[in-house]
Design a protein around this ligand. Sequence first.
Ligand code: UDP
Length: 238
Amino acid sequence: MSSTQYKRILLKLSGEALAGDQQFGIEPEAIGQFAKEIAEVAATGLQMALVIGGGNIFRGMAASAKGMDRAQGDYMGMLATVMNALAVQDALEKNGCDTRVMTALQMADVAEPYIRRRALRHMDKGRVVICAAGTGNPYFTTDSAAALRALELKCDAIFKATKVDGVYDKDPAKFDDAVRYETVTYMETLEKRLGVMDSTAISMARDNDLPIIVFNLHEEGNIRRAANGDNIGTTVQG
Ligand code: UDP
């Protein structure tokens, strides 16, 4: 049984979290930092599923803006998330954490296919499930995949780990007077385009009362604090 306030959570990590200081690619040192924390939190008994983005390698929308077929680019983006998932698996296992990568696109030589009931079983056994290849469909994002997996795997919340401390009324990188919300409604994030997650993901969370906890991944200890229910970022809820 988990000693945290949640039984099971879904942690969404964007591809950029894996790139460290670089604009592109995978920086093992950067992954090592949060992998240690994820392993520690999983060891407390909190069940965890991870959804990993791919933006540090490839985004279908960006490629389509330069002339590539959108669906073709999106499949490439999904493949990018698989590379990231394998890198995260490697780092978690180095921290003694038992994991399984499950892919929404079949590639049985590198990972298991995503099967909901099997994913639940893995988590019951204490394994961290790393969901890769998004939803398996073009025209979606890994934010939407995070909402989908969180709902079908009956997670208590989505942990959206980002590079800022939460959700602000305006861009804190551009405005000194930007104010961070402690809580904000789904509707407000949609209407004000607060950029928490994409609108498909927010709508799915709203329709199913799934809280989204937004916090800064780069502050050491934050995954544990979020798991404890500490007030460290912004909670998006009804
Ligand atoms: N993608 C997709 N379907 C999905 C999830 C992802 O087509 O269900 C593609 C899409 O091209 C996206 C890319 O994979 O741009 C990488 O995912 P995302 O942009 O969500 O990564 P993040 O921004 O979280 O790093």
